[in-house]
Design a protein around this ligand. Sequence first.
Ligand code: SAM
Length: 331
Amino acid sequence: MDAFGAVIFARALTVGLRRGMFESVAGRPLALEELSRETGLSPDGIRLLADACVAGGYLKCRKGKYRASAEAKKWLVKDSGTYLGDLIYYFDSLNTRLAGLDYSLEHGKPREPYYASFTDSEWETYVRGMANLARLLMPDVIRRIRLPAGGGRILDLGGSHGLYSLECCRRFPECTAVVMDFAPALRWAAAMNTGEPGTRVSLSAGDILTAPLPAGQDAVFMFNILHGFDEETNRKLIARASGALRRGGSMYILDQMTGTGQRSLLSRFMPLMVGLNLMNEIGGNAYSVPLIREWCAEAATFRVMPLRFPGVTMIQATNWRGRGKAQSPGA
Ligand SMILES: C[S@@+](CC[C@H](N)C(=O)[O-])C[C@H]1O[C@@H](n2cnc3c(N)ncnc32)[C@H](O)[C@@H]1O
């Protein structure tokens, strides 16, 4: 069962999204002929797709008419605040690369690293997908970040869309942030209004492994970054991040981590799926909390905070005990 349905259903959902099927039936129930016209799918095609979505819980069917379920309205309809369609498009792009998994697991990395071959539209899919996920995690993440009263300086390494930095600056009137990422990612961040004058967020194009990092930071974010690198690179990256902090400043690491002590099947399963995917994409992996603690050996305090989303954990590592009062932007 695991081997058959998962990828097929994922791709079917993607077709439904691309054809606007969930929007079509979000407001009113439609018969298959109408849905066929609206989506441009053949009568047999739409019947299969719609019935698969009924069985999967995303559509309801009553007296031959189909409508979006509550789940679909929450996750798959564009004007929902919790829309995840862009993330699903990104997952679909990952699925197309899975033919190389065998090679990647044999060699510990893919035949070709994936950013190098990204087109501009693939960068857009990537940045928008990550932005969907960030919006989902935002409330849980933001309340765990401690900044000095008024704000402070944030360096958001591999920050992509920059939404976490934007939110901190929105909540703290004196907060400023620099989002560092590859130039094509930042082009799409800018298209989503990150870095607009007045947001106090600036976009800095550069390689986070080699570019000089601005010093004296109150917080350095590494959100969904470590899983993309090997152990040696992560050790060096954490040393660089730690060198960019002021006394008492903190590194915040967010990732799918193993070894968190969480018991649920999903919390143990999801980080490993992320690890398999990342090894296939870029030679990355899923790392354990004890290993990350080792990389942060200089830290005086190390707080581990599992989030509500299965498998996602946040770590705060502070180099020296801070002076003065820190305040949460979520407060
Ligand atoms: C998985 S995304 C995470 C985005 C964001 N931090 C979040 O959590 O939503 C990883 C980001 O790191 C960036 N990245 C990876 N390696 C990088 C490098 N060597 N230099 C700069 N950016 C890098 C990618 O372009 C991508 O935007």
